[in-house]
Write a protein that binds this ligand. Structure first.
Ligand SMILES: *Cc1c(COP(=O)(O)O)cnc(C)c1O
Length: 396
């Protein structure tokens, strides 16, 4: 037998982390890595946050799981806090980002179908988007590499160029239920939607009674310097999917919606066995305790600006490697002139710096939001050393 016990769907590297300390990971062989990937924007409080650990330990010892057939004081508390801090009136908890997007898709379809508009089921989505790996969420993405081998896809998605407002407008038809969009494409390469695009989608949605569904699975939970990225555009969505950072490392996601948008989500229309269980709610509440305040958010913005300014100066030293810096807050990308995977591997294996490659020739920087000046200095030391000894034959 040659297949590995772990289904071989990931090209796993040789780093084998067994312990985490704040912004560092320690591997099986004792090597210490500076973690600027944070489990793909998940470990926003770092790896050994006492508040998060304490909340999970205490809840695990008190009550780990009950079904959604019972009242949930823990879930009511976290849902109320999300409602208080966002556009939303109501929240459905999930265990992952893909499930949060699934719930968002169902909510958008049900909004129309609940009132008898059965023909309005189509969501307009955008090229190079990433929404997860379930059948509906791969169908929502234009990326063919995620479709191969899994036909037939689900109908009901129409792809348009990202940040192309005219294209989005032209795609509206009798079947359109809404738009599904990431304010900043994460896997797609830290591509930031323009102000005109986001306000334009909001206006189109209002004009045609469409649902504006934001996928903030990667941009959400303080990552961009506001609790959610939509705040920086001065608009509100009708429906929003959040996950990744919201549990700080504990699997948790949520679909947020206005009362109007959720009108089709009535008794019996949706559910999840684990979704919103007390253990996950304890993690989510501990994360919000840490991040949902102006002081923390202000620091994320300030740290993001500091890194960005230094990066912009730094990349000028290596015009053959780097093209530009993009992103918001601590969701940053460096557009490269070399293969992102090659540079990511070099930084990881030679300089013990973990980053994440992305689409559009971009290297993603997604540090824990709790990084300090010491970690920022260490990052620049490692990046400078890595740029200096990046082998020329790997270029291009
Ligand atoms: C990661 C991600 C998802 C999928 O989340 P999972 O927890 O892996 O299911 C969906 N949308 C965006 C924008 C993401 O970054």
């Amino acid at each position: 037998m040659s297949i590995t016990p772990l289904m071989p769907v990931y090209p796993r590297c040789d780093v084998r982390p067994v312990r985490g300390e704040h912004c560092h990971l320690i591997s099986e062989d004792g090597t210490r890595y500076l973690d600027f990937a944070a489990g793909i924007a998940v470990n926003l409080l770092g790896h050994s946050h006492q508040g998060l650990i304490g909340a999970i330990q205490q809840q695990a010892a008190t009550l780990m799981h009950v079904s959604n057939l019972y009242g949930s004081p823990q879930g009511e508390r976290l849902a109320q806090r999300l409602v208080d801090h966002t556009f939303a009136d109501t929240v459905f908890f999930t265990n992952s980002g893909a499930e949060a997007v699934e719930a968002a898709i169902k909510t958008a379809r049900a909004y129309h179908q609940y009132q008898g508009s059965e023909e309005r089921f189509e969501l307009i989505t955008f090229n190079n988007a990433f929404h997860g790996r379930t059948m509906a969420t791969i169908s929502a993405s234009s990326q063919e590499k995620m479709h191969k081998g899994f036909a037939p896809l689900l109908p009901g998605f129409r792809y348009v160029e990202f940040d192309d407002l005219e294209g989005a407008k032209a795609a509206i038809g009798p079947h359109t239920a809404g738009f599904l969009v990431e304010p900043i494409q994460g896997e797609g390469g830290i591509r930031v939607a323009s102000q005109e695009f986001m306000s334009g989608l909001r206006e189109l949605a209002d004009e045609h009674d469409l649902m504006l569904v934001l996928d903030e699975v990667q941009t959400g939970v303080a990552r961009t310097g506001t609790l959610y990225a939509y705040e920086q555009y001065g608009i509100t969505p009708d429906i929003l999917a959040t996950a990744k950072g919201i549990g700080g490392g504990f699997p948790l996601g949520a679909c947020l919606a206005t009362e109007k948008a959720a009108r089709g989500m009535t008794f019996g229309t949706h559910g999840s066995t684990y979704g919103g269980n007390p253990l996950a709610m304890a993690a989510g509440n501990a994360v919000l305790d840490a991040v949902a305040n102006d002081e923390f958010l202000g620091e994320v913005l300030a740290k993001g600006e500091r890194i960005r300014t230094r990066l912009e100066q730094f990349i000028g030293n290596y015009p053959e490697l780097f093209e530009g810096v993009r992103g918001k807050g601590l969701m940053l990308g460096i557009k490269l002139k070399v293969e992102p995977r090659a540079l990511m591997q070099h930084l990881r294996d030679r300089h013990q710096l973990l980053t994440a490659a992305a689409g559009d020739g971009t290297l993603r920087l997604l540090p824990p939001l709790v990084i300090g000046d010491a970690e920022i200095d260490e990052f620049f030391d490692k990046l400078s050393a890595g740029a200096a000894d990046f082998p020329a034959q790997d270029a291009g």
